[in-house]
Design a protein around this ligand. Structure first.
Ligand SMILES: *Cc1c(COP(=O)(O)O)cnc(C)c1O
Ligand code: SF4
Length: 402
């Protein structure tokens, strides 16, 4: 019943909503008004070429010289780039590079794709997840009873500076051989308890349509496989790859779930929105696996806006990953305590649909652990806390450490 108390309460809720709304409107206005892109101007290509994923891959930006031609970078910056890229290569699609609004290390797109000197900082581990020890056959990673990862390439359209698999990125692109694929498929066939295969890399959508189809046929021929998942960042870094032809292939092997990695609202563009809506409207079920990245998405407003905008393009926020202890990516780290504080603000403030699960990947391949504010109740005076894996293994974490 409409009464005074309800109206008063409603006014309070409006007041609570206003600061975020102001942020959102300001952000979207600025984004819509951003027109001039040095990258797009530099290439002077037709819309046809620009919208062609093969053109985008052929014109990947991989050298400091090229970046220097596009942006006015200093000699210092250029030397830094060369130094870092000798250790960790870089490659960026013209499309993704064109999303940079200011060529400065406070731009969220810049941070994710331009090599930074901090990467040479030698803190962190190479393979904390022990992926190399959960590999029973072919290129399979198995950590769970009913599902496996099938790694098909180390190639990506744009190499993310925060990549948690950077040890695999190496010097050159590698694709799974037919023999190795057969071995992996044979393993899955011999293990009827496996019902869910997650195709990943690198980025599986860097493969040709026909090779993707080859993999999907083999998996669909295994009667015990119920769902196929594809983990990809292509809709974010090369949305032009989502063609009618690709969708026609994917549709045939339904149900297919696709998890992508949008990390910032600036990545939601007309191009990426079109790609995701096309996928969703053709029955591919979309999810997002964000990674918490310091200075990119570690403030609550940015996080909430990202998740709300994802829902508009039919992507359900699935996971937020706590950054792993990977060498060369520590400058993106936040503490578990900070992560929980940011994450928990979503609850209540926005739709439950816009709230993913916050995940810590336990070391040694012990699996994923959900993080939430209950953990803060059990913290010792030195910041440590005991977390339990799905199997009941106990691991100790310091929630203050980045
Ligand atoms: C994360 C992961 C999966 C998928 O886990 P879900 O929680 O089902 O999304 C499967 N296998 C491995 C090895 C993983 O690391
Ligand atoms: S797309 Fe994925 S695998 Fe490739 S560089 Fe980015 S995070 Fe790493």
């Amino acid at each position: 019943m409409v009464n005074k108390e309800s109206i008063h309460r409603s006014d309070i809720l409006t007041d609570r909503a206003l600061p975020f709304l102001t942020f959102k409107n300001g952000f979207l206005e600025k984004k819509d008004n951003f027109k001039s892109s040095k990258t797009r101007d530099y290439f002077k290509v037709s819309d046809n070429d620009w919208n062609n994923w093969k053109w985008q891959l052929q014109n990947q930006i991989k050298t400091a010289e090229k970046l220097k031609e596009i942006f006015n970078i200093t000699q210092d910056e250029s030397e830094q780039l060369i130094k870092v890229s000798k250790k960790y290569r870089f490659a960026i699609t013209p499309y993704y590079l064109s999303l940079i609004q200011k060529f400065k290390p406070n731009d969220p797109i810049y941070l994710q794709c331009i090599p930074q000197i901090d990467e040479l900082n030698n803190v962190g581990k190479i393979d904390p997840m022990n992926e190399s020890q959960n590999n029973p056959a072919g290129t399979i990673t198995r950590r769970y009873p009913d599902r496996v990862i099938l790694n098909v390439t180390n190639s990506c359209a744009t190499f993310c500076r925060h990549c948690q698999r950077r040890r695999n990125i190496g010097e050159k692109d590698i694709y799974i051989s037919e023999v190795c694929l057969e071995k992996s498929v044979e393993y899955i066939k011999n293990h009827p308890e496996i019902r869910d295969v997650l195709i990943t890399g690198g980025d599986p959508l860097t493969l040709s349509d026909s090779y993707i189809e080859n993999i999907l046929i083999k998996l669909r021929n295994i009667k015990t496989i119920e769902i196929i998942r594809i983990g990809t960042r292509i809709p974010v870094t090369l949305p032009q790859r989502i063609t009618t032809e690709l969708i026609t292939v994917l549709k045939k092997y339904s149900p297919i779930y696709m998890n992508m990695q949008f990390n910032h609202p600036l990545e939601i563009t007309p191009e990426s929105s079109r790609a995701c809506l096309d996928l969703a409207e053709n029955g591919i079920v979309l999810g997002n696996q964000m990674v918490f990245l310091k200075n990119v998405n570690t403030d609550y407003y940015t996080l909430q806006l990202l998740n709300q905008l994802l829902l508009k393009i039919k992507i359900r926020p699935y996971y937020i990953f706590h950054p792993k202890d990977i060498i060369g990516t520590k400058h993106f780290s936040i503490s578990i305590e900070e992560g929980i504080h940011i994450y928990e603000k979503l609850r209540g403030n926005t739709s439950g649909l816009a709230i993913p699960t916050y995940i810590l990947n336990a070391e040694r391949g012990l699996g994923k652990i959900a993080l939430n504010k209950d953990i803060l109740k059990h913290v010792n005076s030195d910041g440590t806390v005991i977390l339990e894996t799905w199997e009941g293994n106990k691991i100790i974490k310091n929630i203050w450490e980045e």
